[in-house]
Design a protein around this ligand. Sequence first.
Ligand code: PLP
Length: 356
Amino acid sequence: MIHNFNAGPSVLPKEVFEQASQAVLNFNNSGLSILEIGHRTPLFEDVMNEARSLVKELMMLDDDHEVLFLHGGATTQFMQVPMNLLNENEVAAYTETGTWAGKAIKEAKLFGHVEIVGSSKHTNYTSMPHELSVPATAAYLHITTNETIAGTQWHQLPYDCGVPIVADMSSDILSRVLDFNKFDLIYAGAQKNMGAAGVNLVVVNKNILGKVNRTIPGILDYRNHIKEGSMLNTPPVFAVYVAMLTLRWLKEQGGVVAIEAINNQKAELIYSALEAIPFINLPVAKEDRSKMNVVFTMDDPAKEAAFLQLCKEQGMYGVKGHRSVGGFRLSLYNALKMESVEAMLQLLQEFAEKNG
Ligand code: PLP
């Protein structure tokens, strides 16, 4: 049996693969493939509408928050956010928490001033900042709720920072209950918790738009996408369909509340097992550990090589840590089953007994 711990694109529910495969051959008994239907047909309009309304429902969004499915991945949002929200003479507050926050900061500087209001650089990004000093005049505060590479996650969200909050939730979207209405803009590439690569979820409070004085190219202006019901141009049809199936699956599991309980259990089991092994090092501060991406190293490169080989033999995919961090990274996204966690626990125990 295969266990997929990839950081993204990553594991999806089996039902989603089956339904998506069927739709490639014959979509909704139309005789057409999902890959060849027009996006302005009722067949696809229904998919887009259902995907958008499932997000609203699962995140319990109010009517000020609009849901969009856009091209370009989260990386495009690093640029699109400041282009739409930050004037050249204004300051945006950013938290500097790792690789992904760093990329967002770099792009924001192209459009206005960036003030770092909290940083974990001094811990080599093995923690999250807990005290932020956000200027009241900042156009917004940007956070990365889960740093996929460093394996850190915000557990206390800065809801009361006094300015609009923008969050990159690419690697923990819909994995836990948050007060989503407190965010003015949320973005997330779909390829971890929400479906296939190629589409990006954007949730935006429409009241924060229209306040910058630059000319925004049409395709990059959120207001145009809202006006056109997320169909300004041809959407990534198949990726939106896979996202819709994944959202339906999540609803069937009992929604975000239910999946969070399972995610907590999975993370607790893995971290406890790792903590019990003396030659394993967990670099991230305990209170800032990610429940999505568990990062660890071993005290000896030979052990790491042996464990990697063992994982390969046992069908454990995607366990190698990011090249900038080394060691291992186990991604425990929504669709990773408890049986994969149990298989990993067993492997770790056997390995510890042999190598302890
Ligand atoms: N933000 C975070 C937290 C990520 O983990 C990633 C990708 O892994 C990105 C942004 C970039 O996403 P994309 O490749 O969809 O542009």
